[in-house]
Design a protein around this ligand. Structure first.
Ligand SMILES: NC(=O)c1ccc[n+]([C@@H]2O[C@H](COP(=O)([O-])OP(=O)(O)OC[C@H]3O[C@@H](n4cnc5c(N)ncnc54)[C@H](O)[C@@H]3O)[C@@H](O)[C@H]2O)c1
Length: 358
């Protein structure tokens, strides 16, 4: 059950792809990056892996049925389409595209090519999300009527001043970056109800620090204080679903909010029970009723490396899709569904009113 994988883009998340794939015995055929040293640096860690600068050179490598696309968001569509047209299955980073029209183009090419696209909606495979999924399947929540999902960073703008904070390359800011995970996770756990309407508001307050940016976490850094920042670093949204379920989402890359005051995680309220769980921690709490008493249950989450365990499951799922030719659980259609909600929230914010989800 193995195959050779190429990786387009050799930045921060590409290293995670290679590590997870390599740990499962998937051979890394090569890396491609417009910055040659990045591809060379990663290729040096995987025996036999090539380092190339051009996507077409990577796609020309022999006996390589699949690629991971880990480039900035604006390249997801062209790189996914090039790979599909070259006959490759694609493990595509989130968000699937810059907007829903791009997702439709990818799906169109996927359908014509007969190849497979899996989107890296990795939060579905966090250990706590899996426990909650079991609780839901066992009927412990009943019908879910409301969800709250939040991810607060006090100062954690990724690559401030670089592609992550440039609308033409990222498509948006924290909403498209972190919101995509939270919204997809809630829809996934709730059984994929159809989103009907959305009301959103986004802000961008922390991207132009006068001379110094003090941060608590940094991804794809260091900050470039003279670079572009024209995206959101805070977003709120309310989404209404056809089954009367509502979702309230709050995500920030940066906020003036004392740490620990508001919990980071997902709360799901059902008519039989409710739960709260941290995404990348080990806390799951179930609020239920037993024998006429209100009871809080704390299921034990099996200790494992949180992040690495989720990555392992992502690549096991992709392997099954590639080898057995089955549609992956985190499918292109799911990537498109969550992108439609993101598009609606951004549109709502621009227009200052609730809008239909397209
Ligand atoms: N699933 C997750 O949890 C998760 C986490 C982080 C990032 N991501 C996603 O992964 C993608 C990449 O993010 P990152 O943090 O690795 O960014 P990054 O900036 O660290 O890496 C991107 C790499 O792509 C290269 N690149 C840019 N244009 C290219 C081109 N035309 N051809 C080949 N290479 C090119 C860059 O030189 C860089 O090395 C983004 O879409 C991001 O949203 C997902």
């Amino acid at each position: 059950m193995s195959f050779r994988l190429g990786i387009i883009g050799a930045g921060g998340i590409a290293a995670e792809h290679a590590k997870a794939a390599g740990a499962l015995g998937i051979e890394i055929a090569g890396f491609c990056d417009v910055v040659p040293e990045r591809a060379e640096q990663l290729a040096g860690q995987y025996p036999g892996a090539k380092a190339v600068e051009k996507v077409e050179d990577l796609l020309a490598l022999k006996d390589m049925p699949a690629v991971a696309v880990t480039t900035p968001n604006c390249f997801h569509k062209p790189h996914a389409i090039a790979a599909l047209e070259a006959g490759k299955d694609v493990f595509l980073e989130k968000p699937m595209g810059m907007d829903v029209a791009e997702c439709d183009d990818i799906i169109d090419t996927m359908d014509k090519s007969g190849r497979i696209v899996q989107v890296n909606l990795i939060c579905r495979n966090s250990p706590t999300a899996l426990v909650v999924s079991d609780l839901i399947q066992a009927g412990r929540l009943g019908r879910i009527y409301h969800a709250k999902a939040s991810w607060y960073r006090r100062r954690g703008i990724p690559g401030l001043g670089r592609w992550f904070t440039t609308r033409s390359q990222a498509g948006g800011g924290v909403l498209i970056d972190l919101g995509v995970h939270k919204i997809d996770l809630v829809m996934h756990l709730a059984g994929h109800p159809k989103a009907l309407r959305a009301s959103g508001h986004v802000t961008g307050k922390f991207g132009s620090p006068p001379e110094k940016y003090t941060y608590t976490e940094m991804w794809a850094g260091p900050p470039n204080l003279k670079g572009v920042f024209d995206v959101d670093d805070g977003a709120i949204g309310l989404v209404r679903f056809e089954n009367d379920m509502t979702l309230e989402v709050n995500v920030t890359w940066a906020a003036n909010l004392p740490g620990g005051v508001y919990p980071d995680g997902v709360a799901l309220m059902g008519d039989k029970g409710g739960c709260f769980f941290e995404l990348w921690g080990d806390r799951v709490m179930l609020a239920t009723e037993e024998d006429g008493y209100l009871v809080d249950v704390k299921p034990h989450v099996a200790p494992e490396e949180l992040w690495n365990g989720a990555w392992k499951r992502q690549y096991e799922m992709f392997t099954r899709a590639v080898v057995d030719r089955i549609r992956p659980q985190a499918s292109a259609e799911d990537g498109r569904t969550v992108q439609a909600v993101l598009d609606a929230l951004y549109r709502s914010s621009r227009e200052g009113r609730e809008v239909e989800v397209g």
